[in-house]
Design a protein around this ligand. Structure first.
Ligand code: PLP
Length: 391
């Protein structure tokens, strides 16, 4: 038992229902559209495409499945390289290996913490010299912040390589006034339970290429040929979203803007209450972009703070508060040992520094002010103790 009263558990990013989900679920039950597909799936695709401004969308079982389908549609296969952000969740890169291709990891840069155009340019130059340009570039918009899509898209265009935008964490964010996730040939959103909106599990592939989306739907339903019997000429997957879950998604999409506002307010509260502490910084939001602030990420520079990130995480755990280190860069993962990696500046990896200092704070849109106050006072107490020890 903890020695001090800790209160109920504060989660990092729990699901936040609007109440309207049951309306759509009931509709599905009343019409017996329980089986995969149905009117909620069609409507969810239409409504999401309209929201982000793409010609179409294909609802699938997860964000990972959407990335996999995008790579398959682009034709990445054995012997091919695919460039991918290193500072991200494993699901950004696993589908590269599903396709038998090899990832090449690209570092982040300090302004957005996302893919460094400088590192990308060096990776392209090397690949061109070797006569082996990548099949695709997977650009991640971490924690809701868009990458420098203008610079990245210009480079990809110069080399004629398509972008898959992994916007799993950035639904509701914008870059230069346009929805995050709509800058590549394909964009990917996730509705996993911890994301800004959820279907309990699910994903969406978006694109202006409606023919490719039609092919994605075909591949996601076992690639069944148009024949009266079950005939298959290609290998497909069972990746479609169910009509019940799409109903949850429709209700969640209705409140997306509220969810973004709530998370941005939580970010502002943390920043204003903790930003004065020595050694503390927050994830930037460069001009021209608006992050959904899916998770508030704080960095702790132990040399200036007198507190190290591991101590802070231990204090949160003791207070029954769920906080997490930032994603471990993929080029450091045992799974990807030996994969090529391009740091932001030669010999100076930026995301490794972030990995050593970053902490994700509880950021769910249902987080109350009392809960925020508990998180804030837990942090401030560590700094007081840190100063007391060093004095
Ligand atoms: C959540 C996430 C995914 C995967 O989405 P799932 O729906 O969980 O498969 C991919 N990339 C990033 C950056 C994510 O955060």
């Amino acid at each position: 038992m903890p020695s001090i009263a800790t209160g109920s558990r504060i989660f990092l990013s729990p699901p936040h229902m609007s109440g309207n989900e049951l309306t759509y679920i009931h509709e599905a039950f009343d019409t017996n559209w329980i089986a995969p597909l149905g009117p909620n799936v069609d409507a969810f695709e239409r409504e999401l495409a309209e929201k982000v401004g793409t010609r179409g969308a294909a609802a699938v079982s997860s964000g990972t499945a959407a990335i996999h389908l995008a790579l398959r549609l682009i034709g990445a296969g054995p012997g091919d390289k695919v460039f991918c952000s290193s500072f991200t969740f494993i699901a950004s890169a696993n589908p590269i290996r599903y396709q038998g291709a090899e990832p090449v990891f690209i570092d982040s840069e300090p302004d957005t913490w996302n893919m460094s155009p400088q590192a990308l340019e060096r990776a392209f130059a090397d690949a061109e010299r070797e006569g082996a340009l990548p099949k695709a570039v997977i650009v991640v918009n971490l924690y809701g912040q868009s990458a420098k899509m203008e610079e990245i898209a210009a480079l990809c265009e110069r080399y004629g390589v398509p972008i898959i935008e992994d916007a799993a964490e950035s639904l509701g964010s914008t870059y230069q006034g346009r929805a995050s996730g709509t800058f590549g040939r394909f964009g990917v959103y996730s509705f996993n339970g911890n994301k800004i909106i959820t279907t309990s599990g699910g994903g969406m592939l978006v694109s202006d290429d409606t023919g490719a989306l039609e092919k994605a739907r075909f591949l996601a339903t076992q690639a069944r040929d148009p024949a009266p019997h079950y005939q298959h000429s290609e290998m497909g997957f069972n990746y479609r979203m169910s009509n019940v879950l799409a109903g949850i998604g429709r209700a969640q999409l209705e409140v997306l803007e509220d969810r973004v506002r709530a998370r941005r307010l939580i970010f502002s509260a943390y920043e204003s209450e903790l930003g004065d502490l020595p050694g503390v910084s927050f994830m930037p939001e460069p001009a021209g972009s608006r992050s959904n602030r899916w998770l508030t990420v704080m960095t702790v520079n132990p040399a200036e703070a007198g507190v190290n990130p591991a101590e802070l995480l231990a204090a949160f755990a003791e207070q029954n508060i769920e906080a997490r280190p930032v994603w471990k860069p993929l080029h450091l993962q045992p799974l990807f040992a030996g994969a090529a990696y391009y740091p932001h500046l030669p010999g100076a990896s930026f995301c490794e520094t972030l990995f050593g200092q970053g902490i994700c704070l509880p950021s769910g849109s249902s987080l109350t002010e009392e809960e925020q106050a508990r998180v804030i006072s837990c942090v401030r107490r560590e700094w007081k103790q840190g100063i007391a020890v060093s004095a």
